[in-house]
Design a protein around this ligand. Structure first.
Ligand SMILES: [Zn+2]
Ligand SMILES: [Zn+2]
Length: 199
C-alpha cells in the first residue's frame, strides 16, 4: 500500500506520519505499512486487542483518537452500539426504534424467529401500525400472503385443529352441539343486522 505517502500528512505521532483515509478513519504510516491509527493508539496503551474485538470511538468521531475516546468491544457489542442499543446496569436494556425515534426497552420489540438475540427493527407498537397500514394499502398482496401461508402450513393447521377438536370432545362431548347452536344464533343475528343496515 502506497496511498499514505502520496497523501498529505495531518501531522505526526511518535514520529510517524498520520493522514485521514477516504473512509474517514485516520491511518499511521510505519515501516512502509499503513495501520489504523485508533488501533495503534489503543494497543500502545493497552497491549494487543483481543481476538474478535473491535476498537470503538466513544463519541462517534472517527478522527478523535485520544485514548480516552477509544473502547474495546466484542464484535457483537460493537454492532449493537452502532445500531443504537443502550445498556443499563451492565445489561443490554433498550434500543433505538427508527420509526417512533425513541429508545424503547428490548422487551417491547418482537423476537426474530430466525435468530435469537435479534429483535425486530421497529418496536411492537410501530410494527403493528406499520403492518396495519401496509395491509390497508396492499389488500391483494396481503390476501395472497395469507393464503400462501395457509397453503404452506395447511397440514399443521389441520392437525392442530383436529387435535383441539378431539381434546374438546373428550373434555365435553356436548361442546360442539352447544357451540353450533351458539354459532347459528350469532350468525342469524349478524345476518339480520346486516340486512337492516343494508336497507
Ligand atoms: Zn464503533
Ligand atoms: Zn417505535
Amino acid at each position: 500500500m502506497n496511498v499514505g505517502v502520496r497523501k498529505k500528512a495531518m501531522g505526526t505521532y511518535d514520529g510517524f506520519p498520520i493522514f485521514e483515509a477516504s473512509n474517514g478513519y485516520v491511518r499511521i504510516y510505519i515501516a512502509k505499512k499503513e495501520i489504523l491509527f485508533h488501533i495503534y493508539v489503543y494497543e500502545k496503551f493497552n497491549g494487543p486487542i483481543l481476538p474478535k474485538h473491535a476498537i470503538h470511538h466513544i463519541n462517534g468521531i472517527k478522527t478523535d483518537n485520544r485514548i480516552e475516546n477509544l473502547q474495546m468491544l466484542t464484535y457483537g457489542d460493537h454492532v449493537k452500539i452502532h445500531k443504537g442499543w443502550i445498556k443499563k446496569n451492565g445489561e443490554w436494556y433498550a434500543k433505538f426504534c427508527p420509526m417512533c425515534k425513541e429508545y424503547v426497552p428490548l422487551t417491547d420489540f418482537y423476537k426474530s424467529n430466525s435468530k435469537e438475540d435479534r429483535p425486530s427493527a421497529t418496536c411492537k407498537k410501530c410494527h403493528t401500525v406499520y403492518v396495519r397500514e401496509w395491509k390497508h394499502k396492499n389488500p391483494d398482496k396481503s390476501r395472497a400472503i395469507k393464503s400462501k401461508s395457509y397453503r404452506k402450513h395447511k397440514k399443521t393447521i389441520k392437525t392442530h385443529y383436529r387435535e383441539w377438536y378431539d381434546k374438546k370432545l373428550i373434555e365435553n362431548p356436548d361442546y360442539f352441539k352447544n357451540y353450533r347452536k351458539k354459532y347459528l344464533v350469532n350468525r342469524k343475528s349478524l345476518t339480520s343486522k346486516k340486512t337492516i343496515s343494508d336497507i
